[in-house]
Design a protein around this ligand. Structure first.
Ligand SMILES: [Mg+2]
Length: 264
């Protein structure tokens, strides 16, 4: 079984809720460490594809203590960083710079949408605006049920701004251009590496993972047992694997299944 997995050239794994569960001490579980070792030995590459920003992702990975570091960090659901020979991560500048420019433009064009979202938050004790570099970039809510209402509100407010979208993950929501998400970032990475979707394994648990789990960018999508129902449905529809076990143990389980070839 293990010897047959070299056709999976790239792993794209979410981090929170997928590699580290809740509760967790934040450390890599033995079964997943073994998967990483075998994947690496077979020449495979690993991207952590997360909603975390770069610094926060690095913090999490240090604690995680995997047998080796990821080759790529896809952060904030849209930016791409490559691991250099010195062990540091450097930006895929062409992609990231265009990403920043398109978001600058988006926030200009859709300033009214952001203003109305901020007004909504001001009047709700359960919603707080996240500000980065002086700009509102997203929201945090007091609970996941509140996020349902917030997402519906933004959907209505942005109805006339088709480029204005968001990524949501538990109580966090990040505003974004509709062209940028974990899927398109993964697609760009694959294009750069010359890797086809038929060689990609993707794992995630929440709403912001759906764009990389719907089959468009990865032929081998999976989710742990703790994934939300929407993710389980998308993974199943894409011919992927919904694990019985939670978090990284579920991802290891999926990898063992996929190592024997496509499910259908
Ligand atoms: Mg997650």
């Amino acid at each position: 079984m293990f010897g047959l997995m070299s056709f999976l050239r790239l792993f794209s794994t979410d981090f929170d809720g997928t590699l580290i569960g809740h509760p967790s001490d934040g450390r890599c579980l033995p079964a997943f460490a073994e998967v990483l070792r075998r994947h690496r030995a077979a020449g495979g590459l690993w991207a952590v594809n997360t909603g975390r920003g770069l610094d926060h992702a690095l913090e999490g990975l240090e604690k995680f203590s995997a047998p080796h570091e990821p080759d790529f960090l896809l952060t904030s659901e849209r930016e791409i960083f490559l691991r250099g020979r010195d062990g540091g991560y450097f930006p895929h500048a062409e992609w990231n710079d265009l990403c920043y420019a398109r978001h600058d433009r988006l926030f200009e064009v859709s300033a009214a949408v952001v203003r109305s979202i901020c007004r909504f938050a001001e009047h709700s004790p359960d919603v707080e605006v996240i500000v980065e570099d002086g700009r509102p970039v997203g929201l945090i809510t007091s609970g996941e049920h509140v996020m349902e209402d917030v997402a519906a509100f933004i959907g209505r407010e942005a109805a006339d701004h088709p480029d204005f979208s968001f990524q949501r993950n538990t109580v966090y929501l990040r505003f974004c251009h509709r062209d940028y998400h974990k899927g398109s970032a993964l697609g760009e990475l694959c294009q750069m590496l010359g890797i086809d979707r038929s060689e990609v394994f993707a794992a995630g648990d929440h709403f912001n993972d759906i764009p990389m789990l719907d089959g468009r960018y990865a032929a081998f999508p999976c989710c742990p047992s703790n994934a939300i129902p929407e993710v389980k449905r998308i993974v199943a529809e894409a011919g992927g694997y919904v694990a019985v076990r939670p978090a990284a143990d579920g991802i290891s389980e999926a990898w063992e299944i996929f190592s024997n070839g496509p499910l259908s």
